[in-house]
Design a binder for this molecule. Structure first.
Ligand code: B12
Length: 151
């Protein structure tokens, strides 16, 4: 049973955006992902853009999860995904962002479209259903190999 869970596990790189010093959101997500059998590398708070790009290139995770709550996530996230997608090796890496994306509470859900347009595969704004996130994570590798195979 344990071996089966390990086989299903994804290698997840977890970070926030460069301006965000909150940490409990990262701890929460690390525990959630590990409870579901995933192998998590948590880069901690105020993660510099260049470090995230470098670790994605060196670690080749199955998925990058970005958590942000300080209200700058939509702007910092857009800048970060633009840098990630500029790297040919990271064009199909599944990347998801979630948390409090701005300072408008529930209305921040409206920012999801522009973030997807900028290159995110999925956006989980405040109040989003965590089971949807768990499903997304467990299918991340298949998504990448399917996208990678596309012409
Ligand atoms: C504790 C706290 C702090 C602590 C952080 C200590 C630490 N080590 O983390 C301190 C005092 C340092 C702090 C600082 C600041 N904070 Co503060 N902080 C909080 C507080 C009270 C709790 C945050 C927390 O730990 N929650 C517990 C974790 C587990 O939950 P969470 O963060 O909400 O994350 C959940 C969801 O968002 C979601 N989620 C998060 N990320 C992701 C990602 C994905 C993919 C998914 C699916 C889900 C998901 O899952 C989590 C569990 O449900 C909140 C208010 C609140 N009640 O939420 C304000 C809050 C986050 N802080 C806020 C602000 C503005 C700041 C400061 C800018 C204040 C200032 N002017 O200096 C600074 C930040 C500076 C910076 N550079 O980032 C605002 C953000 C405004 C907004 N987004 O609307 C909040 C909301 C307070 C408020 N109501 O105004 N803060």
């Amino acid at each position: 049973m344990l071996n089966h869970l390990r086989d299903e596990g994804r290698r997840v790189l977890l970070c926030t955006v460069s301006s965000d010093s909150h940490t409990w959101n990262l701890v929460f997500l690390q525990l959630l992902l590990e409870e579901h059998g995933h192998d998590v590398t948590n880069l901690g708070s105020c993660t510099p853009d260049d470090l995230v790009v470098a670790r994605c290139l060196s670690d080749r995770p199955d998925l990058l999860v970005i958590s942000t709550v300080n209200g700058h996530g939509h702007a910092d996230g857009k800048r970060l995904i633009t840098k990630l997608r500029r790297e040919p090796a990271l064009r199909t890496l599944p990347v998801v962002i979630g948390g409090k994306l701005g300072i408008a509470g529930a209305a921040d859900v409206d920012r999801a479209g522009e973030l997807v347009e900028a290159g995110f595969d999925a956006v989980f704004a405040e109040g989003a259903d965590l089971s949807g996130f768990n499903r997304f994570v467990s299918t991340a590798r298949e998504r990448r190999s399917l996208e990678g195979a596309a012409p």
